[in-house]
Write a protein of this length. Structure first.
Length: 185
């Protein structure tokens, strides 16, 4: 297992090198989107509309941050359960999305899309949203302001700590972890 310092603009190129269990310190621009925003993004795709950000090479963080306290770019910004975005993720990856960031296991269709598109699934630590916020230097709402904390936001992160949970070889920590540590009677 390695630790990688990666800029988001290089993530598409570097993703094929990452392996499940590697640590990543991610810097650059990522976007937040949760359930409601994903539904609107998909509707826009189906209607041939404009997307709130370019998908090619992008990383989406499944988070709904709280308002920023004085002197900070953002409030608590922990991950939400990724599986709620599973119906949307394969299509987004097929259209150029490189990475998703969240917590928890993903569906077989998402793992297949990661392999097919040479992408990556990164996990952030659940319950540590206040600490994650320290890595976020800028936050700007770019779409769906009416969704409040679930609006799409453009974040600039510096050394955001993540774990590679699923890589483009088809390996994921949820399967390998169970195999290594679960005792089956």
């Amino acid at each position: 297992m390695q630790t990688w310092n990666i800029d988001v603009k290089d993530l598409a190129e570097r993703a094929p090198e990452l392996r499940a269990g590697d640590r990543v310190l991610l810097s650059g621009v990522i976007y937040t989107a949760r359930d409601a925003a994903h539904k609107r993004i998909m509707a826009s795709i189906e209607e041939g509309g404009t997307l709130p950000f370019p998908l090619k090479g992008a990383a989406i963080y499944f988070a709904g941050p709280t308002p920023a306290p004085h002197g900070m770019a953002i409030g608590s910004c922990g991950p939400t359960t990724s599986s709620r975005m599973d119906p949307f993720t394969p299509k987004l990856m097929d259209l150029g999305l490189t990475a998703t960031i969240g917590k928890g296991e993903r569906s077989p269709a998402v793992y297949e899309a990661i392999v097919r598109n040479k992408g990556v699934y990164l996990c952030s630590i659940g319950g540590a949203g206040a600490l994650a916020a320290l890595c976020i230097k800028e936050c700007e709402v770019v779409a769906y302001d009416d969704l409040g904390c679930e609006s799409v936001k453009r974040l600039r992160v510096e050394s955001f700590p993540l774990i590679v949970a699923a890589d483009c070889t088809g390996t994921n920590l949820f399967d390998t972890g169970r195999a290594a540590y679960c005792i089956v009677a």
